[in-house]
Write a protein that binds this ligand. Structure first.
Ligand code: KG4
Ligand code: ZN
Length: 334
């Protein structure tokens, strides 16, 4: 079965073709980063309009790469939520229209399910059950993943998501948008130990996170310093160390609590180099396995949506070509 996946929940248009026997056949992405950069963040209306321009040309491109025709598509998966309402509507309506024209089933996918299943696209995928740490721009949560569609929330952020904290901190350090990659690059130039920032909720005894206080601590520190290039790098490093330490400690606590020894790290922040180095070192030391998607499938992409759709559609009852979007949607209710 050949599944077309369409991702348009935020500022990346992603499309992919996943074949249930042959695996990922083709994928393409258009990032809107340069378009939003001059505004310092995502402008929802601009995002929707750009998705409209990109989805069909990108789809034609991957069909050509895969040497397939539209008529070879057996099912279509789109991101139903969570995300920006207008942006989601673009993917949903194009998916439903294509499905109607081709008379193939269409399925709405949860964006975070896409993220947490992305490591299953790799050659050595984790077996179920596993713990997933989902750290993206809009979400930070720890899940117990027992099977496709069986997700239990173990803990989550009480305020900012990890990616949001990276983005806001980068902005207040003058590092621009998108903040996560920029802050992480600057942290590479930092000197460890010059600044020490708080580790929020490290010892809270539960699996929840809180990152807004960390951002405020950076703001206070930044006001006390002359922000030359080296100082910005040192603060960026102190911030990154704090966030990585909290994420690592909570993920390990989730493994202890569930008795599992497989951890998946997914979502945009999972692309962070220091985070990966810390998690891999901890895994080797403490005897658990850690799985990441390849870097390009850490951030938003169509491959994870095509894959999640392919896994779901086997058990789904086709609902015709009505479509729906859910800008707010809890993963554990899917
Ligand atoms: O998963 P994603 O592409 O989109 C959402 O679903 O939100 O995640 C985007 C988030 C942004 O906040 C971005 O700054 C962060 O992931 N990010 C990073 C890195 N690459 C992306 N944060 C830290 N280090 C990175 N290398
Ligand atoms: Zn995402």
């Amino acid at each position: 079965m050949l599944v077309l996946g369409i991702e348009t929940s935020c500022d990346e248009t992603g499309v992919a073709l996943y074949h249930t026997e042959r695996g990922l056949v083709a994928h393409a992405l258009h990032s809107q980063v340069t378009m939003h950069a001059e505004y310092g963040g995502v402008v929802p209306e601009l995002a929707s309009r750009d998705h409209i321009r990109r989805v069909l040309p990108l789809t034609r491109q991957i069909l050509q790469t895969a040497n397939c025709a539209l008529s070879d598509i057996d099912a279509i998966a789109y991101t139903e939520g969570p995300g920006l309402a207008g942006a989601l509507l673009v993917g949903a309506s194009i998916a439903a229209s294509l499905g109607f024209a081709l008379k193939v089933p269409v399925i709405g996918v949860h964006h975070l399910e896409g993220h947490l299943l992305a490591p299953l696209l790799e050659p050595d995928p984790p077996a179920f059950p596993f713990v997933a740490l989902l750290v993206s721009g809009g979400h930070s949560q720890l899940m117990r993943v027992s099977a496709i569609g069986d997700y239990e929330t173990l803990g989550e952020t009480l305020d900012d998501a990890a990616g949001e904290a990276f983005d806001k901190t980068a902005k207040l350090l003058g590092l621009g948008y998108p903040g996560g990659p920029a802050l992480s690059l600057r942290a590479d130039q930092g000197v460890a130990g010059r600044f020490k920032l708080p580790r929020p909720m490290l010892n809270s005894g539960d699996l929840n996170f809180s990152f807004s206080g960390l951002k405020t601590a950076v703001l206070t520190l930044a006001r006390q310093q002359t922000l030359d290039e080296q100082t910005v790098a040192d603060i960026a490093l102190a911030f990154q160390e704090a966030i990585v330490e909290v994420l690592a400690a909570k993920a390990q606590a989730a493994l202890r609590q569930t008795g599992l020894d497989r951890l998946v790290v997914a979502g945009g922040v999972g692309a962070n180099r220091q985070l990966r180095a810390t998690f891999s070192a901890n895994a080797a030391r403490r005897g658990f396995e850690v799985y990441y998607p390849k870097l390009e499938f850490c951030t938003d992409n169509g491959a994870m949506i095509a894959f999640a759709g392919a896994m779901r559609i086997r058990h789904a009852t086709p609902k015709g070509w009505k479509f729906n979007v859910r800008p707010r949607w809890e993963l554990s209710t899917t």
